[in-house]
Design a binder for this molecule. Sequence first.
Ligand code: GLA
Length: 674
Amino acid sequence: MVRLGAAWYPEQWPEAQWDHDLQLMQDAHMNVVRVGEFAWSTLEPSEGRFELDWLDRAIALAAKHHIAVVIGTPTDAPPAWLTEKYPDTLGMNADGQWRQHGERRQFNYASPRYRQLCALIVAQLARRFGQNPNVIGWQIGNEYSDESFDPSTRALFQQFLRDKYKTLNNLNHQWSTAYWSQTYTSWSQIPMKNSNENPGLLLDHKHFVTATWRSFQRAQIDVLRPLILPTQFITTNIGGLGWSDNWDHYAITADLDLASWDDYVGQGHLDVTRNAMLNDFVRGWKRQNFWVMETEPGSVNWAPVNNALWPGETRALAWQTIGHGADAVLYWQWRSALNGQEQYHGAIVGPDGEPLPIYSEIAQLGKDLELTRDALAGTGPHAKIAILHDYDSRWAIDFQPFTKDYDQEQVLLRFYQPLEKIAAANGQAVDIIDPTSSVDLARYKLLVAPSLNVISAELAAKLLAYVRQGGTLILGPRSGMKDEFNSLNPQRQPGPLAEALGAKVGQYYALEKPVQLSNPDHPTVPVTTPGVLGTADTWAEQLSIDSPAMEINAIYDDPGGWLDGKPAFVSRAIGKGLIAYLGTLPDPKLLHTFLMLSSPQVPKLVFPGQDAIEQCTRYGPSGSVSIYINHGSEAVSIPLQRPMRNLLSSNATPVSEITLPPQGVAVLVPEKTQ
Ligand code: GLA
């Protein structure tokens, strides 16, 4: 079942009002609430005095309204008594300032004492609610975000490095510390910073932050797991609009049953392709469906301008996330606290407890989900195309972007956009996966690696085996420049893949303005029409060819410049597959052509020009479900390839064409499954 719900904070309201809240939720077809994640001072008003009865009553009342509960452990907001009694649990910002009580997240994620105090409250909650059939899951903390730069955490970082490198000689070698006389003669000399440090140190600091959040989380999982029902899942809600690179999302979600994230628009309106990409990105963390644990009920309070989404846009956003694999959508929040930092944030009911205008749109979504419940049960997107993404590469580039214009989210988006269209036209999705994980690459026909900056020998071997067995691999700019220590590979890019590719990067350039790409004089592949193909921008690598087996698909046209006449895009058949290297960022149309060229097995788009229409397909044991969303401002008619039934329409007759108004949604099933 795809669930619908909200973050509900009963501790902020008189108990006499709870039933009214829950009745309104039930009327809107909501069936889940998340509770408790900031309620520590109510759950444990003073040290060791636990008051959980109110939460028990709230959960029981929710059950009466057929509303299941996810409990958030309250560890993102320690109470004042804790901070006062245990100041050693406080974190330090990168600028050396100790944090203090009054906001949230003042704790030090590495503090053993803080973890112990968390374990105590979590154990109380797990003992009390771990066997409660109306509790379906647990969320640990909230949007892990602020690391600590205090002296004790620095000592842990030094120990982390010691465990990794074993000897200072080894660390000095991998970080090339002879440079600028950085050589360390004692572990305690090693600083802990997050800017302008040795790139080897910066990468290891990210690994340390990931490991520390992972052990923070593990400490709570270890308390929860033995005390809770096997049917209760454990997750955490990931913030930073999904894209944050504070730590490695693949590693953190590896220990969870379910990935969940907080999908906010902020200022402006839904950026359809970007939000599609972010949802696919989240699905890739565990390579399975996920939850949208928070989204905005029309507006937020933290953007420069907190405009409202258009009527219908909130519902369209929800359906988009479902189309990309969300199995639950929860709004933040049900009702704003009367005081506190977020008084202006969007909510579903007002301070009087009565519906705000957005309530009816969310209720419509609730109705939609009831109508589609059986069809969507057990379904999820399928992909034959994957984009390769990993945090080491992300970090390595962001530490030293070389040009401010190399925005990795935008680079990923540029590749994602045509790939998503190609995939969607085939009823498929695009996966965004970490190639260093245990994923079986053979399940994909096409792998595209826009900025795979760090390629270890091991990863190179895995990618090459994929190609030899028949896969197509397109490496994008900046691939294979670094090893796993963030050192430059002594071979030219793409480093350990250069030999097999039979081409390498002669030099890379940050572009001040776009450069033209054209067909080579003797094109070995009929790219498009002869002559100018299009433009490329931001980054350009001049490729040199080492093997006659190499095909040159595009060259730079840069009269008087370093790049003139040099290959920009090359490819080569290896074994049963193909490897290609694209050394620049072509304009969207040309990139689409290049990608189509490299994957001739994919047919053309079904609805050329109808960009406003998004089509997502989920597959399950009893067939497929197609979700069509009109994100545009005009009504659009869409011809269907076969008769389908629209589950959201009162008309049960199968149709061969649907018309969607702006923000309209149709959920279609093929006639035969009915
Ligand atoms: C984050 C937090 C919530 C709330 C929202 C507001 O997602 O997890 O507690 O502050 O932002 O948008």
